[in-house]
Ligand binder design. Structure first.
Ligand code: LLP
Length: 447
C-alpha cells in the first residue's frame, strides 16, 4: 500500500483509518458535497508557491513566478496565487480574461500564444499585458495593430525553440525540430531584428521545453542552447532584456517510488547560468521568470469518487467508480499514472487486484490498471491523487455527464464550494434548436 511519508508530502494522512487532507476528513467531504468531487487544498497551493518563490528569491534579486493558468484556472486558485504575489502565464484570451477577473494587474500577466489570431493580439494589447510571440509573421501583424490604435508598444518576447525538449509523454514535449512551438536560432535573430526595426524597445526571451520533467539534466541541455541563441542575438543586435523566461515543466512524483525534483538544484542551475551569461554579455540584471503549473497545483487537489460497482467477470476484477475520463483525462490521454487510494484504511488480509474504471461507454475509460486494494465494497470512496493540474481544466461533459463540483479546504477556515456541480440544465446551455424542430411548449417545459 502507499507509503505514509509520501502521502505526507501531499498533506494527506490516515487518522483512525480515515484519509485526511490537511485537517479535513475526506469521507465527510464526499458525503456533504457528493462525488465526483475535486478537493482543492489552499494550504498546499500557498506552500508550493512560497517554496519555489523563496528558493529562487533567496538566490537572485529579480524573480517572477508566472503560474501557468492552464493547469488549473479555477478563480479561487487564481485568487490565492494573486494574493501570494504570483505572476501568470496565460495561453489564451480566455485565460487573460480569467486572470484579470481574479485581480491580476496587467504588469503581472504574460500571454504565450501560439498561432495567434489578430483578435487575440488585439485583446492582449487592450489589456496591456506582456506578449510572447511564436512566429516571425506575428510581429508585423502586431505592429500593424499597435499602429492602428496608436497603442503603446507592449513588452515583447519571443518563444525560442532550443531544439531539445523533454516531457512525461510525446504530447508534452514542446521543443525540438518536429515540434510546432517557438522559433529556431536563425529566425530568432531575424525576429528581434524586425521587432527592433518596428520600434519595439522592451524585450523578453522565452522557452518552454515540455511538461512533467523530473530529470534536471534535460533543463541543462536546453538552457545551454537557449543562451547560445541569446548570445547571438545580443552580439548581432545590441539589445538587452527586461526578462529571461525559462518556462515551466517541473514534474511531481505521481508514484510513491518517485522522488520530487530538487527545486534548490533547479534554481542553482538556472541562476548560476543566468548570472554567468548576463555578466559576460553585459546584460545587467534581467528578471528571471519561470512558469510552473503542475508543481503548484497538482498535488494540491485530489479527486474523490464513489465505488458503484465491483465486478469480477471471471478473468478480471473491475472497480466501477463515478469518475471517468470525462472527469480526469490524463490516464487515458497520456497513460499517466495517478495513485488511487481508499478513504478507509482496512487491515484486512484479503485483497484484490483490479482495474479502476469509469462510467463512460468506452472500454478505454480506465483510471488505474491492476491496482491493489485490501478490502473494498460498493459505496466506498476512493481518492485519485495529484489531480489538481490538468484535471478539472481538461474535464468534459462527454456522455452528457455534468462536470464535477470543486471544494476548497484550508486549515482554520470552513470548507467552501468553489464550483457548483453542473446540472442537467447546464447540458442545455448555449444550444439552439431551430424553430422547425422545436417541441411545442419548449425543451424547458418538456419532462
Ligand atoms: N508554460 C508554457 C508555455 C506551457 O505551455 C506550459 C504547459 C507551462 C508553462 C506549464 O507547464 P507545467 O509546469 O505545468 O509542466 N496536459 C498535460 C500538460 C500539458 C502542458 C502544456 N504546457 C498533462 O496533463 O500532463
Amino acid at each position: 500500500m502507499v507509503n505514509d511519508n509520501w502521502l505526507k508530502l501531499k498533506d494527506l494522512e490516515y487518522r483512525n483509518q480515515q484519509l485526511y487532507c490537511g485537517d479535513q476528513s475526506l469521507t465527510e467531504l464526499a458525503q456533504t458535497y457528493g462525488t465526483p468531487l475535486y478537493v482543492v487544498n489552499e494550504d498546499l497551493i500557498r506552500k508550493r508557491y512560497r517554496t519555489i518563490h523563496n528558493i529562487f528569491s533567496n538566490r537572485y534579486s529579480k524573480v517572477r513566478i508566472h503560474y501557468a493558468v492552464k493547469s488549473n484556472s479555477n478563480l479561487s486558485v487564481l485568487r490565492i496565487l494573486e494574493e501570494e504575489g504570483a505572476y501568470v502565464d496565460a495561453v489564451s484570451s480566455g485565460e487573460v480574461f480569467l486572470t484579470k477577473k481574479s485581480g491580476f494587474t496587467s504588469d503581472r500577466i504574460m500571454q504565450t500564444g501560439n498561432n495567434w489570431t489578430d483578435e487575440e493580439m488585439q485583446y492582449a494589447l487592450d489589456n496591456n499585458i506582456m506578449i510572447n510571440l511564436d512566429a516571425i509573421s506575428h510581429i508585423h501583424r502586431l505592429k500593424k495593430l499597435c499602429g492602428n490604435s496608436n497603442q503603446q508598444l507592449p513588452i515583447l518576447s519571443f518563444r525560442i525553440n532550443p531544439e531539445f525538449g523533454d516531457g512525461h509523454h510525446d504530447h508534452c514535449i514542446t521543443a525540438g525540430k518536429t515540434i510546432k512551438f517557438g522559433i529556431f536560432e536563425p529566425q530568432v535573430i531575424e525576429a528581434f531584428k524586425i521587432a527592433k526595426e518596428c520600434g519595439f524597445t522592451q524585450f523578453g526571451a522565452h522557452m518552454h521545453i515540455g511538461s512533467g520533467i523530473l530529470n534536471i539534466t534535460s533543463f541543462k541541455k536546453a538552457l545551454d542552447k537557449y543562451f547560445q541563441i541569446i548570445r547571438s542575438v545580443v552580439e548581432e543586435l545590441d539589445i538587452t532584456f527586461e526578462f529571461l523566461d525559462f518556462g515551466g515543466g517541473i514534474g511531481i512524483p505521481y508514484r510513491d517510488s518517485e522522488n520530487p525534483l530538487s527545486i534548490e538544484k533547479y534554481a542553482d542551475l538556472l541562476i548560476s547560468k543566468l548570472q554567468y551569461e548576463c555578466e559576460t554579455m553585459n546584460l545587467g540584471t534581467p528578471y528571471l521568470a519561470i512558469e510552473p503549473g503542475r508543481y503548484i497545483s497538482s498535488e494540491a487537489s485530489i479527486l474523490l469518487s464513489q465505488v458503484n460497482t465491483i465486478k469480477n467477470n471471471g478473468f478480471r476484477h473491475f472497480i466501477g467508480i463515478d469518475a471517468g475520463f470525462n472527469t480526469l483525462i490524463r490516464p487515458v490521454l497520456y497513460g499517466s499514472y495517478h495513485e488511487i487510494v481508499s478513504l478507509l484504511k482496512t487491515e484486512s488480509d484479503e485483497s484484490i487486484i483490479a482495474d479502476v474504471v469509469g462510467q463512460l461507454c468506452e472500454s478505454g475509460d480506465v483510471l488505474g490498471k491492476d491496482r491493489k486494494f485490501s478490502h473494498l465494497e460498493e459505496r466506498d470512496y476512493l481518492a485519485i491523487l495529484d489531480a489538481g493540474a490538468y484535471g478539472f481544466s481538461m474535464s468534459s461533459t462527454y456522455n452528457s455527464r455534468p462536470r464535477s463540483a470543486e471544494v476548497l479546504i484550508s486549515r482554520g477556515h470552513a470548507n467552501i464550494l468553489i464550483r457548483e456541480r453542473e446540472s442537467f440544465d447546464d447540458l442545455l446551455l448555449h444550444q439552439i434548436i431551430p424553430d422547425r424542430l422545436k417541441i411545442a411548449g419548449g425543451v424547458e417545459n418538456h419532462d
